[in-house]
Design a protein around this ligand. Structure first.
Ligand code: HEC
Length: 124
């Protein structure tokens, strides 16, 4: 990456972080995103979250990935894992596909919606 671009990128990331902090102070939810849309996306047949993950809130019983009710991932973890995927690891032979990468079909706003839904559903 050219150093000028790298600096610009870092500044952008800091600005985004500050904007996020500002929202939190203003009383926005800790898990920004639309949970109703997130729920719909979670069970959408093209995304398959429900086929790989157990989550009581949608009655899914997938077993390729973690039981999300037990894992109770943080909002940041959900955003990151859904965006980038998790490599096919020792524990889970299939790994998890990334949805936000260069070939990603899911826009960032929808990933936030999914994360808001999963986070809220597992942190009651
Ligand atoms: C092909 C099966 C598969 C699909 C589809 C899938 N996952 Fe996963 N998911 C996995 C596996 C396997 C892991 C564990 C990967 C690892 O740890 O190496 C995982 C990990 C995760 C984690 C991290 C949990 C933690 O505690 O670290 C979250 C959150 C998650 N998935 C949410 C989702 C969501 C939301 C969707 C839909 C957008 C989805 N997954 C679709 C298989 C899948």
């Amino acid at each position: 990456m050219d150093p000028k671009k790298a600096v610009g990128f870092a500044a952008g990331a800091v600005a985004a972080g500050l904007a996020g902090a500002g929202l939190a102070v203003a009383g926005a939810p800790a898990a920004p995103g639309n949970t109703a849309i997130g729920k719909e996306l979670f069970v959408r047949s093209g995304l398959f979250c429900a086929s790989c993950h157990t989550l009581k809130a949608v009655g899914s019983t997938g077993r390729d990935g973690q039981n999300l009710d037990e894992a109770r991932p943080s909002y940041a973890t959900i955003v990151e894992v859904v965006t980038k995927g998790r490599n096919p690891s020792r524990r889970w032979p299939t790994g998890m596909p990334g949805y936000g990468g260069p070939h990603g079909e899911v826009p960032k706003a929808e990933i936030d919606d999914i994360a808001a839904f999963v986070y809220t559903a597992t942190h009651k």
